[in-house]
Write a protein that binds this ligand. Structure first.
Ligand code: PEP
Ligand code: MG
Length: 608
């Protein structure tokens, strides 16, 4: 990377996909498409409609080709994002109204299509709803492509990238992101977007870093600016100084060497220095992650977020489709356990089936997860039936998300019994003893976990939600992100309470929130009594390594000290120092964290 004389500038956003990239940016500036507008003769109407048909067909072929490329590159599940685009292409409202517009206005079809598509875009823009926003992007994306095909002008510039680049954009639709030749893609930075946007899911699957929610980039950056993109800390450093580059370079080398070592050592059980075995499982969102799970030495799947089967496809998979997916997973992992969580839809996991749920004022407190499943027992029973059938092929367990009280769990169990009865009557094989667990992620469930334990076989603590509900901090809101603190004393107390109750009644408990995969908090969790964690597949090797450096004795002492403290920042600092000392060496990718501290909690700036 050539070093210029410009001043180093630091931009903060939301860390969305992990990794660090050094490189040159490619600015995705919206191209100004010229759309002609002219009158046509009555006899020319047929010809315009035929041009429209051809443009639709060409667009369909292009999107299908992109879909295929993405399927080859990232897998079938990622590719299903483009099914939503194909649906837009077949939308009768858009197509019929365009034809009517040509017939009535007697203007050329580009103009007619622009008029109709803008009418829909304007109507959608007025609606403040996450689902509509996603659909709006689909419509914009497809409409643009159709207009390009009608006018014959080449579509966006991302497909022209010929060298390795970090793509900076206001927002990226999946098809735009997929247009970047993937061997040249080093990472994404967007002004808009959230951690759950499609482009982030694609970045993670492609293994490139991504940072979203970085304000004001397009106004200030130039094509060709040199940057460091830190997807761990959510930072973009423009015109990095020699020292910054050097530090990042050193840390990157260290991380790579260390990760290779962790991976080599990752097979076999993770046993602490004083002989306690800690189970390390993996969290996944689709079967495409199974090879990675096996490679990293995870001892099973502790959380399979099955809602992604729905979120990526746009409609509910049939019972048969689910059965095939679940069976493949349990067979691949057998005899290791696979914990399938029933749909956790609602909240930030926006439902694409609008007919099922009206927009809610507080979706995180609304009809989410088990509440949604109980509202739609037929959808729930399909899923349970697919899971039960797959249980005949391996070590499958079922888990219900977001349980807040006994009644919900009892109803869910009752529905499970009904499905079991049906399968038995039809002589379909399943494991009659299949274990059923619940997530502990609502404070009420944490408080009554001893009662809930009477109705299920195991717990998995979901700290991502437990934290947001306990601390009243929306987990996706960047304005309150500083309050979303895993070191908060209230969270530590609740964790201790749940684990102690479970020990007392001998009820299995694991933890699958992001906190479990953060080396900073591992010793604390072990010290609190947890003996099973489930983390992202990429974190399995480092977590196993760290477990082997710890002793339960010292972890207990650490947890006891932490429980006496009141300041989350100091608690976190103590944990960090403890884990750094055991990971031997400086904190990996410390630079972004240092910058964050020195600039004061993540404000954009220039470091003197
Ligand atoms: C959690 O809440 O901690 C959890 C693992 O579930 P999700 O992140 O899918 O809500
Ligand atoms: Mg959760």
């Amino acid at each position: 990377m050539a070093l210029g004389t410009e001043i180093e500038k630091i931009y903060w956003g939301i860390p969305a996909a992990p990794g660090v990239a050094f490189g040159t940016i490619f600015l995705d500036v919206e191209d100004d498409l010229y759309v002609p507008n002219y009158a046509i003769e009555e006899g020319a109407v047929e010809g315009e409609i035929s041009r429209f048909d051809q443009a639709l067909l060409k667009t369909w072929q292009e999107i299908s080709q992109i879909r295929q490329q993405v399927a080859d590159w990232l897998g079938e599940e990622e590719a299903q994002i483009f099914d939503a685009h194909l649906v837009v292409l077949e939308d009768p409202a858009l197509i019929d109204e365009t034809i009517e517009e040509v017939e009535n206005s007697r203007r050329n079809v580009e103009h007619a299509f622009l008029t109709i598509s803008q009418k829909y875009i304007a109507a959608f823009q007025k609606i403040d709803d996450e689902f509509i926003k996603e659909r709006l992007n689909d419509i914009k994306d497809v409409s643009r492509r159709i207009l390009h095909n009608l006018t014959g002008e080449a579509p966006g510039s991302l497909g022209t990238i010929q060298e390795r680049r970090i793509v900076v954009a206001h927002d990226l639709t999946p098809s735009k992101a997929a247009a970047v030749p993937h061997r040249y893609l080093q990472g994404f930075v967007t002004e808009a977007g959230s951690q759950t946007s499609h482009v982030v899911i694609m970045a993670k699957a492609a293994g490139v870093p991504a940072v979203v929610g970085v304000h004001g980039l397009l106004k200030t950056l130039q094509n060709g600016d040199e940057v460091i993109l830190d997807g761990f800390e959510g930072v973009l450093i423009v015109h990095p100084r020699k020292e910054t580059l050097f530090r990042y370079g050193e840390e990157k080398k260290l991380r790579e060497v260390r990760e290779q070592e962790f991976l080599k050592l990752s097979r076999g059980p993770a046993v602490t220095r004083d002989g306690h075995q800690i189970e390390v499982m993996a969290n996944i969102e689709g079967n495409n992650e199974i090879p990675r799970v096996r490679e990293t030495g995870a001892e099973g799947i502790g959380l399979y977020r099955t809602e992604y089967l729905f979120l990526k496809g746009g409609s509910f998979p049939t019972e048969e489709e689910q059965f095939v997916a679940y069976k493949e997973a349990v067979e691949a992992l057998n005899p290791a356990p696979v914990i399938l969580r029933t749909y956790d839809l609602g909240g930030d996991k926006v439902l694409q089936r609008r007919d099922l749920l009206d927009p809610e004022d507080n979706p995180f407190l609304g009809c989410r997860a088990i509440r949604f499943s109980l509202l739609y027992p037929e959808i729930f029973k399909d899923q349970l039936s697919a899971m039960l059938r797959a249980s005949a092929y391996g070590n499958l367990r079922i888990m219900f998300p977001m349980v807040s009280g006994i009644e919900e769990l009892e109803i869910a169990n009752r529905l499970l019994r009904v499905v079991k009865g049906k399968l038995t009557a039809s002589q379909v094989e399943f494991d009659p003893e299949v274990k059923v667990g619940i997530m502990i992620e609502v404070p009420s469930a944490a408080h009554i976990c001893d009662h809930l334990a009477d109705h299920c076989d195991f717990f998995s603590i979901g700290t991502n939600d437990l934290m947001q509900y306990l601390l009243a901090v929306d987990r996706g809101n960047e304005n309150v992100a500083h309050l979303y603190e895993p070191g908060h004393p209230a969270l530590l107390r609740v964790l201790r309470q749940v684990v102690e109750q479970c020990m007392r009644i001998n009820h299995p408990v694991s933890i699958c929130g992001e906190m479990a995969g953060d080396p900073v908090f591992l010793a604390l969790l072990i010290g609190l009594g947890l003996r099973s964690v489930s983390v992202s597949p990429n974190s399995v090797p480092s977590i196993k390594y760290l477990i082997r450096q710890l002793s339960v004795g010292e972890s207990k002492a650490l947890a006891a000290d932490a429980l006496k403290m009141t300041d989350p920042v100091r608690i976190q600092k103590m944990m960090r120092e403890f884990s750094n000392a055991r990971l031997e060496g400086p904190e990996v990718l410390y630079e972004g964290a240092r910058l964050r501290r020195e600039l004061g909690g993540g404000r954009d700036g220039v470091l003197e």
